[in-house]
Design a protein around this ligand. Structure first.
Ligand SMILES: Cc1cc2nc3c(=O)[nH]c(=O)nc-3n(C[C@H](O)[C@H](O)[C@H](O)COP(=O)(O)O)c2cc1C
Length: 246
C-alpha cells in the first residue's frame, strides 16, 4: 500500500463500478422511512471530507439532523419540499469563510510526513495569511486587488479572493465538491440524496445554529429512495455545446 497515493493502483480501480455509482445517482424527491445506519453515514461523511479543497484548508462543516422534531422544522424551512419532508436524514452543508486561519495552523500541526517542507511552512505562515485575509472593512482586499491589477499588467498574478464575497465563492467551491463526494458515497452504499438550495436561509441558519460567517451551500436530504422517488428520466444537454476542446 502506497500511503501517498492511496491503496489502489489504477489497474485495481474499476471504472464500471464508478460509472454505476455516478449513473445511478439521482435527485430523489421521496424517501422510505428506513434510516441510514450510523456507520454508513459516518463513512459517507468521511469520504465527503476527502474531496479536493483549496489549499487543504477544508472550509466546510456538516450539520447532521436526524431527530424527528428538528427534521420537521428543517423540512418546513426547506419550503416543505417532498425530499425534505420524507428524508430520514437532513444535512446542512456549510461553507466557512472564517476558519482558514485556524485551519492553516492545523495544516502545519497535522502535517503527515516526518519533515515539514520549508515551502509548506512558508505557505501557511506567510502566504495564506495575506492571500485569504481581506483586512478590516475589506481594505486589505482592495489594496491587494489594486496591486494585482498593476503587477498583472506585465505578469500572471492571482486575481483574488479580494473581498468577502470572493471569500464566499472560495469556500463554496470546495464545499460543493465535498457535497458531491457525499452524494456519491451515499449512492455507493446504496442510499440516495437530494441536494436542495430551495430553502429559507434565515430559518435554516437559525435551526442549525450556523455561525455568522457560515454559508449554507445546500441542505442535503438523504435516505433510501422510495419507489416513486424519481420524478423523471435523467437527461443532459448536448455535450458538444458545453465541452470545448481547445
Ligand atoms: C445546488 C443545487 C440545488 C438544488 N436544489 C434543489 C431543490 O431545492 N429541490 C430539488 O428538488 N432539487 C434540487 N436540486 C436537484 C436538481 O434539480 C437536479 O440535480 C437536476 O434536476 C438534475 O437531476 P439529477 O440530479 O437527478 O441528475 C438541486 C441541485 C443542486 C446541485
Amino acid at each position: 500500500m502506497n500511503a501517498k497515493a492511496g491503496p489502489l493502483t489504477p489497474s485495481e480501480i474499476d471504472v464500471e463500478e464508478f460509472r454505476k455509482v455516478v449513473r445511478s445517482r439521482r435527485s430523489i424527491r421521496r424517501f422510505t422511512d428506513e434510516t441510514i445506519p450510523a456507520d454508513v453515514l459516518d463513512d459517507c461523511l468521511e469520504l465527503a471530507t476527502l474531496a479536493p479543497n483549496s489549499s487543504n484548508l477544508q472550509p466546510w462543516e456538516f450539520f447532521v439532523v436526524q431527530s424527528p422534531e428538528l427534521r420537521k422544522k428543517l423540512a418546513t424551512a426547506c419550503l416543505n419540499q417532498n425530499a425534505a419532508r420524507t428524508a430520514p436524514v437532513l444535512i446542512g452543508i456549510v461553507a466557512r469563510t472564517d476558519t482558514w486561519r485556524e485551519h492553516a495552523r492545523q495544516a502545519l500541526a497535522q502535517w503527515p510526513e516526518e519533515t515539514l517542507p520549508g515551502i509548506v511552512e512558508k505557505y501557511y505562515t506567510r502566504i495564506a495569511p495575506i492571500h485569504y485575509n481581506q483586512g478590516p472593512l475589506g481594505l486589505l482586499g482592495v489594496a491587494k486587488k489594486t496591486a494585482g491589477l498593476l503587477v498583472g499588467l506585465t505578469r500572471p498574478v492571482p486575481r483574488g479572493p479580494y473581498s468577502a464575497t470572493e471569500m464566499k465563492i472560495w469556500a463554496t467551491k470546495s464545499t460543493a465538491l465535498a457535497a458531491e463526494n457525499l452524494m456519491l458515497a451515499l449512492r455507493a452504499h446504496g442510499y440516495d440524496s437530494c441536494p436542495m438550495e430551495g430553502f429559507d436561509d434565515c430559518r435554516v441558519r437559525k435551526l442549525l445554529n450556523v455561525p455568522r460567517k457560515g454559508l449554507v451551500v445546500m441542505v442535503l436530504a438523504a435516505g433510501r429512495r422510495a419507489e416513486n422517488g424519481v420524478y423523471n428520466r435523467q437527461y443532459r444537454f448536448d455535450k458538444q455545446t458545453l465541452v470545448h476542446y481547445l
